[in-house]
Design a protein around this ligand. Structure first.
Ligand code: SF4
Ligand code: SF4
Length: 328
């Protein structure tokens, strides 16, 4: 199967969709990237409540940029995805056909500008922690995870390198369907996430709805070389009640084969455009996520090492403690 990866076309994105994204507080950067304020940046600035990644890995929520270089493009159409997918809002486009790539420098500078614009909204806010706001103006971490499949952006390695050269740590989240891209990254992220949200091909096709027929095989190809990355790796499982919280023994076999540094089992959240596809009842509670993780621990060589009740996420590893990025 030949996967179309590159192409140039006029911007197919309708003003209706752009308007809807802006309404959801996406800050569009150039032609295909975006930054969005993470809920936890706000919680950290106002209520001193950081995200679970600060708790687990030491990155600072108030100094984190949540962005994507692939706002409109993905190789999958997961049921649980919060991004706008072709067909939502009666707008359609070819999600595999790329727009002309913006330069790395434009994306980095545009992302920094967007983050400053987000933070400027706190200037008149009497509830903000001023010390943290001052620190936030010098962001230190980039979550390349907002939406879309980032490996569709060709110069992704250069993008990561440019952020690293500017003193950032980076967490990259990929669905793993483009192993040729991931395998050739000329710069590793600080931590690599691969999403595994189905226990087998049949469920994968139903829940993750890939755009090409051998996507499951491609994901497994990625998992085959996951342990060759020098950076810590994570298998991320977004758990959706009544959809993918079954066949745990099959998940366990996948995990043992891929041997990631960590597993994050996390509840689906009923937000964004996912509410067009799923219901509130599809969100598992924390106890259900914990029970799932416990079953996984029994069936694998991993143990539960931490969890966050408010984010409904459980962390498993063979290590006693995760690598932290506080001092990087
Ligand atoms: S690491 Fe993720 S959850 Fe934490 S602040 Fe950044 S984007 Fe939000
Ligand atoms: S892989 Fe990620 S961005 Fe793509 S549809 Fe699934 S959840 Fe959304």
């Amino acid at each position: 199967m030949h996967v179309r990866l590159q192409g140039t076309m006029v911007n197919p994105i309708s003003p209706l969709l752009v308007q809807a994204l802006k309404k959801q507080k996406y800050h569009l950067v150039g032609n295909h990237s975006a930054v969005k304020k993470c809920k936890w940046l706000h919680e950290s600035l106002i209520h001193d409540r950081p995200c679970y990644k600060q708790k687990f890995y030491g990155i600072k929520s108030h100094q984190c940029i949540q962005m994507s270089p692939a706002l409109f493009s993905c190789t999958q159409q997961c049921l649980f995805c919060w991004r706008a997918q072709s067909g939502d809002l009666q707008v359609t486009w070819d999600e595999m056909k790329l727009l002309e790539w913006d330069t790395v420098e434009d994306i980095v500078l545009g992302s920094l500008r967007a983050q400053r614009a987000i933070l400027s909204g706190y200037n008149g806010n009497s509830k903000v922690n001023w010390g943290k706001l001052a620190e936030a103006l010098t962001p230190r971490h980039v979550a390349v995870s907002l939406t879309g499949e980032p490996t569709l952006y060709g110069p992704l390695g250069e993008l990561l390198r440019t952020f690293h050269e500017r003193g950032f740590t980076t967490f990259l989240v990929s669905n793993g369907t483009l192993p040729s891209r991931l395998g050739k990254l000329n710069e590793e992220p600080s931590q690599l996430y691969i999403s595994v949200c189905a226990p087998n091909e049949k469920e994968y096709k139903r829940v993750c709805r890939p755009h090409f027929p051998d996507a499951w095989a491609k994901l497994n190809e990625t998992l085959d070389f996951l342990s060759s990355f020098r950076c810590p790796s994570v298998i991320r499982m977004t758990l959706v009640k009544e959809h993918n919280m079954k066949s745990i023994e099959e998940y366990a076999a996948i995990i043992e084969k891929a041997s990631p540094t960590y597993i994050e089992a996390k509840a689906y959240m009923h937000i964004g455009f996912s509410s067009l596809r799923l219901t509130y009842d599809n969100m598992p509670g924390h106890q259900e996520v914990h029970d799932f993780a416990e079953c996984l621990a029994k069936l694998t060589s991993y143990t539960i090492i931490d969890e966050s009740i408010e984010s409904r996420v459980v962390l498993l590893s063979k290590r006693k403690r995760p690598t932290r990025f506080d001092s990087v």
